[in-house]
Design a protein around this ligand. Structure first.
Ligand SMILES: CC(C)(COP(=O)(O)OP(=O)(O)OC[C@H]1O[C@@H](n2cnc3c(N)ncnc32)[C@H](O)[C@@H]1OP(=O)(O)O)[C@@H](O)C(=O)NCCC(=O)NCCS
Length: 138
């Protein structure tokens, strides 16, 4: 089941999954508590096993960020379901959805309809990223 959660509820998974090898990982993001930002949680019973944050970056543009699935639940379509759910929610207002993909996760986003730009960029402590986006034809 997917439902909206608070920004604080994302912290543990962000820390453990996205910050796995990085004790300095900044698991609180700018904009987390903006009025137009929302956070989705995928629940297996009581257990929060996946998260995704959606931030509006202009009137018709939305950023997906903080995508993380519990290690033990990888490969069970939790990530895909979160992306699909979030895409449906923003669909009435979105022209474009974009995200910054970690290099090794690019094929996951490609499978889910995102296209990468040409140039990688580095985020200190995490590594190479690629900006990816999809237009509202999903
Ligand atoms: C990336 C992540 C969110 C994917 O979530 P998931 O629930 O494991 O993925 P799904 O089961 O929904 O995968 C859907 C499809 O993408 C594929 N896929 C998933 N992760 C992939 C990866 N890293 N590389 C290539 N393909 C991948 C799956 O094989 C599946 O393909 P299929 O439909 O052909 O079988 C998850 O692995 C994760 O949390 N990783 C660590 C944190 C992270 O890197 N987050 C992204 C930051 S940009």
């Amino acid at each position: 089941m997917i439902k909206k959660i608070s920004s604080t509820e994302t912290h543990q998974l962000r820390k453990n999954v996205l910050g796995e090898n990085n004790p300095d990982y900044q698991f609180i993001y700018n904009g987390d508590d903006d009025q137009t930002t929302f956070h989705l949680g995928y629940f297996d019973g009581e257990i929060l096993s996946g998260i995704l944050t959606v931030m509006q970056t202009d009137e018709t543009t939305f950023q997906f960020r903080g995508m993380a699935v519990l290690q033990s639940q990888h490969g069970k379509n939790v990530g895909k379901k979160l992306l699909d759910f979030a895409s449906e929610l923003v669909k009435p207002n979105a022209k474009t959805i974009w995200l910054n993909a970690r290099k090794w996760v690019i094929p996951f986003y490609e499978k889910n309809g995102f296209t990468g730009e040409d140039d990688f960029f580095n985020i200190d402590g995490i590594g190479l990223h690629l900006k990816m986006s999809k237009l509202n034809t999903f």
